[in-house]
Design a protein around this ligand. Structure first.
Ligand code: ADP
Ligand code: MG
Length: 229
């Protein structure tokens, strides 16, 4: 494709940059990226991933859990897109203003006929809170394994939440309530990785142009730590 210099980096690192974190500072930052297939949690400091963990509980699982709930509670099978729409329209982790109910349509699993179900914000919240417990457990595990020198940074900088899952209502209060540290939501949860990578590319290019590495060949050999100065 004509790419001359290819650098492979961790998605969560790019997420962090996209969320406005200066990952090169020798300060610990906890980043949680709740995507479609996985939730990735990492502590980043001085351009390094100090610790990272991943769990297959993210957007797709929330959709799946909503489907399961509607099936077991109302005997109605709903499609994936319906479940995802409900998630986006009503999904929350704590109470919010404007809670409501929406109508969704699916197939009655007994009669096989189309059926309407009215589902409320509170019902969807219960599904979310259950599914989120596994994410919370993982975050606890990461925190427990944080090197003690970074503990102060974590308390000071708090948690940065990225990925589409960051858009779930009340997520900030939810994590603050559990961990008692400040939480910040990425300003652009769905596009932060790409934006972070763009910023990163600019930094790398500038350094190459400034002859930090000399020729490209040299830079390629050092691709594992391209921002090393
Ligand atoms: N407003 C929203 N509330 C809850 N989940 C959302 C919202 N908008 C998007 N999502 C979910 O975010 C996920 C995609 O997030 P993204 O960070 O792009 O994932 P990935 O990096 O894995 O592609 C999908 O499961 C999507 O349904
Ligand atoms: Mg992602």
């Amino acid at each position: 494709m004509g790419g001359e210099l290819v650098i492979v980096e961790e998605e969560v690192k790019m997420s962090a940059i996209g969320a406005g974190i200066d990952i090169e500072l020798p300060k610990g930052n906890v980043v949680i990226d709740i995507g479609g297939g996985t939730t990735d949690i990492a502590i980043i400091s001085a351009n390094d991933i100090v610790i990272s963990r991943s769990v297959k509980v993210a957007g797709n699982v929330f959709d799946e859990e909503i489907k399961k709930y509607v099936r077991s509670e109302y005997n109605v099978a709903v499609g994936e897109r319906t479940a995802e729409n409900v998630k986006k329209e009503l999904g929350s982790l704590s109470k919010y203003k404007g809670e409501r109910s929406v109508s969704i349509y699916g197939q009655d699993i007994v009669s096989g006929l189309p059926k309407e179900v009215i589902i409320s914000s509170e019902e969807v919240r219960n599904v979310f809170v259950n599914a989120f417990s596994r994410i919370t457990d993982l975050l606890i595990e990461v925190m427990e394994n944080t090197p003690p020198e970074l503990a102060g940074d974590i308390i000071g900088n708090g948690l940065t939440i990225c990925g589409g899952g960051a858009l779930v209502r009340g997520i900030k209060d939810y994590f603050t309530g559990i961990f008692n540290i400040p939480c910040r939501i990425s300003p652009n949860p769905l596009t932060g990785v790409v934006e972070g990578a763009q910023i990163y590319q600019k930094v790398v290019n500038t350094r190459l142009n400034n002859d930090y590495y000399g020729k490209n060949g040299n830079a390629l050999r050092r691709k594992n730590n391209p921002t090393l100065v």
